[in-house]
Each structure stands twice: as structure tokens, then as C-alpha cells.
Write a protein that binds this ligand. Structure first.
Ligand code: GDP
Ligand code: MG
Length: 440
């Protein structure tokens, strides 16, 4: 997902004012990228419509840098769909807090139960795990192993009593927690490979029996387009108060997160990121939005660049470029700006897909800027504005004045020509490059 969006935003970033065609092109790319990431069509349509409306509006028109504004808007809308603020677990006023898990088989409920228990223990709670998956022969045993790893207590039906009643086990589990003064109960339930009526009824019955403070719907982030139907089925059948997104350590880019959050309106509370019991994170809508867009670092980069570059100066250069009137004087200004930016290498390292440019920067040499500056300073203003008049005798004079050789001057003029060409490409929306660098 993010590669394509990175490309889209890179194209956007290098443009000045956005035409409606630019906005449409960008929206089309966002749409394609989201669909590629298996975000549900309905959600994609809704999302892109919102982005388009805002991107064509005044806030972008009047922005100093319209492209950045669009990136900002996309980010904002993503964060909004994902719930805006981080949502924490809600604890009961009178313990025990009852947390019930629901979800398809293999979605990661049992693993999450262990992770959550371990995290809660660390925070000073005394969770009790309750084994209500009596469907699969091994399920109770699996929870026992997980509980042991987490160092948490477990309530499980006695083995050898035949298939017990999960609803009764849930009730007894909560009762046991109350007696033994556990402040939190985590109820692990059974799942099926597909959504089915019996499973839903069982989960709904458990819910009714123990009246949980939280019902967490665990969903595999890799599930793709099925995320919407599965989430809706569980919302209709059991309903839930929050979502756990599991297996986010895989390739999943968060498409499921967007679909589930958007379609159910329920907050995602946890992100499960591995098979180990410590692989659990609180879900942050802003971070997930960044993950989806791969934008987090770009925004930082934009901020840093804004500080270093005088906005007016940048705009003037852009105008000159558009008029193809880029001169050695501008070149000199740019070199000065670059010196101000200082930590260019670090900044470019934050940009996804800028590896090549970063490499160019490895060859970047402060002294070379100084030499270039010296040469340009030895030119007359007329020469700077119109390098074409630099004939042999002028070049010799400049070389002497700057303490360089004529070859140095020739190389600079040549590099300037190349840079000017490159800058024109940038002004037309190409990939940016930096003049004055060794490899130009
Ligand atoms: P349940 O059927 O819903 O209880 O799912 P399980 O907890 O048994 O998990 C199913 C499989 O997914 C197991 O092999 C787990 O190790 C694995 N699993 C669970 N959560 C994660 C996760 O966040 N990342 C990865 N990579 N694997 C996970
Ligand atoms: Mg399980």
C-alpha cells in the first residue's frame, strides 16, 4: 500500500498550486492503493469522497504548500476513521472487570488472552484466565500453557467430564475470580473457521451470562476483504466494545483496521504483533494512519525543511523555475539554504524511497559548496544572471578572482546548466535533486 502512496505524494510534493486534475489524480491513486490493501470498497469510496471534497476546498487553495495540505488531510481523515484518540481498556468500578474475547478460530484469541494477562500482571493486576473454548480438544490445554507462560491464574473445567457447557464455565469462572479476589477476568471463547449461527449464539449466551465490561473482537489483520463481513457478523451476533487487531507483524498494512473501524464504529484498542507474549501494543490511531500512509517521517521531514527554508524564498525560486529564469544568483541562494538545512543526510534518511538520493548525499561535501560559492561571488551580477556571456576571458578573470582554475569555473558552469535543467524537471513535477552536489 505505502509504496504506491509514497509515489503519489512524492509527485504531489513537488508541485505548486494544485489543479482539480491534480486532486483527482491523487484521489484516484489513494483509492487504488486502499483497494490494493484490501480496504472494503464501501469504506474506500466514503474516504476518497471526503478527501476530494476537502482537497478542492479553501484550506488547500490558501495553503502555502497545497501538496502538504493534501497529505495532511489524508492523514487526518485516516486518524478520524481509526477512532481519533487512543482508547484504553475500561475497568469496572466494582471488580472484577470482566473481559470477554470473541472472534474466528485462529484469529489469535488465546494468544491475546495470554498477552493481555501478562501485561495486566505487570501493571499490578491479578487477572484470571477462563477457558470457555470447549470445542477443540486441545483448546483448554493451550490456554493452560499460555497462562503458565504469562504467570497468570487459570480457571478451567475439570478434564474427563465430557463436553462441558461454556456458558456455565464462564459464569463459574467469574464467580471463582470474585471468591479468589482476582480483579480482572479474561474469558477465552471458541471460534469457527467461518462465521456460523451456533458459534454466535454461544458467544451471545456467554455475554448475557457474565455481562462483561469489555467484549473484544479479535481479528486477523491479514484477513483482507472478509474483514468487513466477519466484523459485521460479530457485531450483529454478539456485539463488541472494542477490537484487537492481531498478526500485525505480518505483511498486513492495516487495510483491515480501516475497514473494521469504519464499518463497525468500534475502537481498535490493541495491536497484536507476534507469537510471543510480549508482542502486544496499545493501538494508536495516528501511528496506524502513518503506517498506512508511510507518512509519519515525511511529515517530520516537511516540518524540518520548513524551518530551514524561508518560505518566501522557496516560492520565489519556484516562480523563477516556472519562468525558466533560474540564474547563478539563485543557485548561490540555494547553496546558502542548503547549508542552513545542515542535517540533510538525516532528513533524507527519513524519506521512504529516497535511498538513491541519500547515497548522493554521502558524497556531499561542505567544502565543495564553499568553492562553488567563491566562484559565483567572483562573477559580476550581470554574469550571474546570464551565464551565457561567460567567455574565455571572463572565465579566466573569475578563476583568478576566486583562486580557482579555469577548469573549476568551466565545471561549475557545466554543473549549473545541468542543475538548471534538473530544476526545471522538478518544477514540472519530477523527482527533486539538489544542485551543487558532487555527482551532478
Ligand atoms: P484462536 O483460535 O483465536 O485462539 O487463535 P490462537 O491464539 O490459537 O492463534 C492462532 C495462531 O496464530 C497461533 O499459531 C498463534 O501463535 C498465531 N498468532 C496469534 N497472534 C499472533 C500475532 O500477533 N502474530 C503472529 N505472527 N501470530 C499470531
Ligand atoms: Mg483459542
Amino acid at each position: 500500500l505505502s509504496d504506491r502512496l509514497t509515489e503519489t505524494f512524492r509527485n504531489l510534493r513537488t508541485k505548486g498550486k494544485l489543479t482539480p486534475a491534480d486532486v483527482d489524480g491523487t484521489v484516484r491513486e489513494i483509492r487504488r492503493a486502499l483497494l490494493d490493501a484490501d480496504v472494503a470498497l464501501l469504506v474506500v469510496k466514503d474516504f476518497t469522497a471526503k478527501v476530494r471534497e476537502r482537497a478542492l476546498g479553501d484550506e488547500v487553495n490558501k495553503a502555502l504548500n497545497p501538496a502538504q495540505q493534501v497529505v495532511q488531510i489524508v492523514n487526518e481523515e485516516l486518524v478520524a476513521i481509526l477512532g481519533g484518540q487512543q482508547r484504553r481498556l475500561q475497568f469496572a468500578k466494582n471488580p472484577p472487570t470482566v473481559i470477554m474475547l470473541a472472534g474466528l478460530q485462529g484469529s489469535g484469541k488465546t494468544t491475546f488472552a495470554g498477552k493481555l494477562a501478562k501485561q495486566l500482571e505487570k501493571d499490578g493486576h491479578t487477572p484470571l484466565l477462563v477457558a470457555c473454548d470447549l470445542q477443540r480438544p486441545n483448546a483448554v490445554n493451550q490456554l493452560q500453557v499460555v497462562a503458565q507462560q504469562a504467570g497468570a491464574a487459570i480457571y478451567a473445567p475439570e478434564p474427563g467430564n465430557g463436553v462441558g457447557d461454556p456458558v456455565q464455565v464462564a459464569r463459574d469462572g467469574v464467580e471463582a475470580a470474585r471468591r479468589q479476589q482476582h480483579d480482572i477476568v479474561i474469558i477465552d471463547t471458541a471460534g469457527r473457521l467461518g462465521v456460523d449461527a451456533e458459534l454466535m449464539t454461544q458467544a451471545a449466551d456467554i455475554r448475557r451470562a457474565v455481562d462483561p465490561d469489555e467484549v473484544l473482537f479479535v481479528i486477523d489483520a491479514m484477513i483482507g476483504q472478509d474483514a468487513v463481513n466477519t466484523a459485521k457478523a460479530f457485531q450483529d451476533g454478539v456485539d463488541f466494545t472494542g477490537v484487537v487487531l492481531s498478526k500485525l507483524d505480518g505483511d498486513a498494512r492495516g487495510g483491515a483496521a480501516l475497514s473494521v473501524a469504519s464499518v463497525t464504529g468500534r475502537p481498535i484498542i490493541f495491536a497484536s504483533t507476534g507469537e510471543g507474549l510480549d508482542d502486544l501494543e496499545a493501538f494508536h490511531p495516528d501511528r496506524m494512519a502513518s503506517r498506512i500512509l508511510d507518512l509519519g517521517d515525511i511529515l517530520t521531514l516537511i516540518e524540518q525543511a520548513q524551518q530551514a527554508f524561508d518560505e518566501d524564498e522557496a516560492r520565489k525560486v519556484a516562480e523563477k523555475l516556472a519562468n525558466e529564469a533560474f540564474t547563478l544568483e539563485d543557485f548561490l541562494d540555494q547553496l546558502q539554504q542548503m547549508k542552513k538545512m545542515g542535517s540533510m543526510k538525516k532528513m533524507l534518511g527519513m524519506l521512504p524511497g529516497m535511498g538513491q538520493m541519500k547515497q548522493q548525499l554521502e558524497n556531499f561535501d561542505d567544502k565543495e559548496i564553499d568553492r562553488t560559492e567563491a566562484i559565483i561571488r567572483s562573477m559580476t551580477p550581470v554574469e550571474r544572471r546570464n551565464p551565457k556571456i561567460l567567455n574565455g576571458s571572463r572565465r579566466l578573470r573569475i578563476a583568478r578572482g576566486s583562486g580557482m582554475t579555469v577548469t573549476d569555473v568551466n565545471q561549475l558552469v557545466q554543473r549549473f546548466d545541468q542543475a538548471a535543467k534538473m530544476m526545471k524537471t522538478v518544477a514540472r513535477g519530477g523527482v527533486p535533486s539538489i544542485p551543487g552536489m558532487g555527482s551532478l
